[in-house]
Design a protein around this ligand. Structure first.
Ligand code: T46
Length: 139
């Protein structure tokens, strides 16, 4: 049984240090910024604008997505409701709890999605069929 809803999805402010001498910005992710222990980092890039990534939910994995460069849309679905979050700032993280179906689309040219996640890669943690996802949520 998994009762997470869209309300459990959060945007996280990532501290930004603007350089006083005009050398640009620096963001840092330290202990306590992300509410889980990061076990793996991966990133999506060179994604064609008409491609969709994701299209699945996770059983145990918690994830934080950051648009390091450019922008993309994240379509989030808890089995009852859907919403779209556009990520376009490297100082904002999207925290996705377990049991949320997600699809990433509309990548801009040069869009890079950084993903910080709570576990190593385990295919058995994926629900890749939408019907299975609905059964999982309604179990
Ligand atoms: C997610 C979205 C945002 C690995 O071998 N190790 C890894 O850590 C990952 C993430 C993937 N893979 C392999 C598994 C597939 O053969 O890379 C291939 C592509 O993976 P997938 O189709 O799952 O890629 P996306 O972009 O659809 O999904 C990924 C993550 O898997 C997923 O957790 O939320 O990015």
């Amino acid at each position: 049984m998994n009762r997470t809803t869209l309300e459990n999805i959060q945007l996280i402010d990532i501290p930004k240090i603007s350089d006083p001498d005009g050398r640009g910005n620096l963001s840092v992710i330290e202990k306590d910024i992300i509410p889980f222990e990061i076990q793996r980092v991966y990133y999506l890039y060179d994604v064609p604008s008409n491609s969709t990534r994701g299209g699945h939910a996770h059983i145990e994995l918690i994830q934080c997505l950051i648009a390091l460069s450019g922008s993309f849309d994240v379509v989030l679905d808890d089995g009852k409701n859907k919403k779209v979050v556009t990520l376009n700032r490297p100082d904002i993280g999207l925290l996705i709890p377990t049991g949320i179906w997600r699809e990433l689309e509309n990548f801009s040219s040069g869009g890079v999605c950084l993903s910080l996640v709570s576990d190593v890669y385990k295919e058995e943690d994926y629900i890749r069929e939408y019907g299975d996802f609905l059964s999982f949520k309604n179990a």
